[in-house]
Design a protein around this ligand. Structure first.
Ligand code: SF4
Ligand code: SF4
Length: 287
């Protein structure tokens, strides 16, 4: 079974919940699909067994022996990636979209495209099973392809090791990486928080998930920070027949667990929040 944990925006506690789920049962494949900001490896410190280069597009580089400083490329680049620095044509690695246009218009053939090869996919073992994650190099575009690579690898690892459960920690937002994360999964969990923007982002995320014919589960994290907004989220869910899987309180134990590089389950299995997470997990799995 594949469970994807996503959220309309970052900082809602998605990774904390993924980490908890991944330590509630023995032997899982944990896939960190938040390739822009992978962080679960920091908690679980996996042993790498495989590292693969991910080619995430191209970027333009100047051959200064050929460049005549005509400036044509500057005016054509619609990403404003090309400027003049100290009388030299300079291309910003992070702004270049890899569209190839400058290579075509340069009268001196002074621009070449080289592959972006700094992004990686890692696969290995951690204390509760197997772990796969991607790390996108700064400035490289997150088209969802690296997420696909992570998911394919997670499936392969699960099959090879006879592991039945794959937990996917998804990226925030509603773009291509999220779509790559939820395509074909069995269950989707949306983590939200009790705020006006939390409700707004959750609605948009529900809409996307519904397009995949999936009925998402909602977890309201830090519900006790704004009981009124938690009620509003609950009411909206009721009205739209979306199930709320549970409510997690704000607690400093979460921070303490992170500092100790543990999931909350590992940190204090008998705490209220751990028990609630156990109930939520069972509800999601069995219903
Ligand atoms: S178009 Fe080519 S020759 Fe002209 S400034 Fe750009 S790199 Fe140099
Ligand atoms: S490849 Fe496209 S985005 Fe990159 S510098 Fe050239 S024109 Fe600009």
């Amino acid at each position: 079974m594949e469970i994807a944990i996503i959220s309309g925006k970052g900082g809602t506690g998605k990774s904390i919940i993924s980490a908890a789920f991944a330590t509630l049962i023995e032997n899982v494949v944990l896939a960190d699909c938040d390739v822009d900001a992978a962080n679960l490896y920091l908690i679980f410190n996996p042993v790498h067994e495989e590292e693969k280069i991910y080619i995430g597009g191209h970027k333009a580089v100047i051959d200064y022996d050929k460049c005549s400083m005509c400036g044509l490329c500057i005016s054509y680049c619609r990403f404003e990636a090309i400027t003049t620095v100290n009388n030299k044509i300079t291309i910003s690695e992070t702004s270049c979209d890899g569209c190839f246009l400058c290579t075509r218009i340069c009268p001196e053939n002074a621009i070449n495209m080289i592959q972006n090869d700094k992004s990686r996919m890692f696969s290995g073992s951690f204390r509760n099973g197997k772990m796969v994650y991607g790390r996108l190099a700064p400035g490289e575009e997150n088209s969802g392809k690296l997420v696909n690579m992570v998911r394919e690898k997670a499936k392969q690892v699960a099959k090879e090791n006879g592991i039945k459960m794959i937990i996917l920690d998804g990226p925030p937002g509603i773009g291509c990486p999220v779509i790559s994360t939820i395509t074909g999964v069995d269950k989707v969990v949306i983590v939200t928080e009790p705020s006006v923007s939390g409700l707004h982002d959750m609605k948009r995320t529900v809409e996307i998930v519904k397009k995949f014919n999936l009925n998402p589960w909602i977890i309201i994290n830090k519900f006790n920070l704004n009981n009124e907004m938690s009620r509003q989220i609950e009411n909206w869910c009721k009205k739209h027949k979306i199930s709320v899987a549970g409510y997690l309180p704000f607690t400093s134990q979460i921070v303490n667990a992170m500092v100790q590089q543990m999931s909350i389950i590992e940190y204090n299995k008998n705490s209220e929040i751990s028990k609630t997470l156990g109930t939520i997990y069972n509800t999601i799995i069995h219903e």
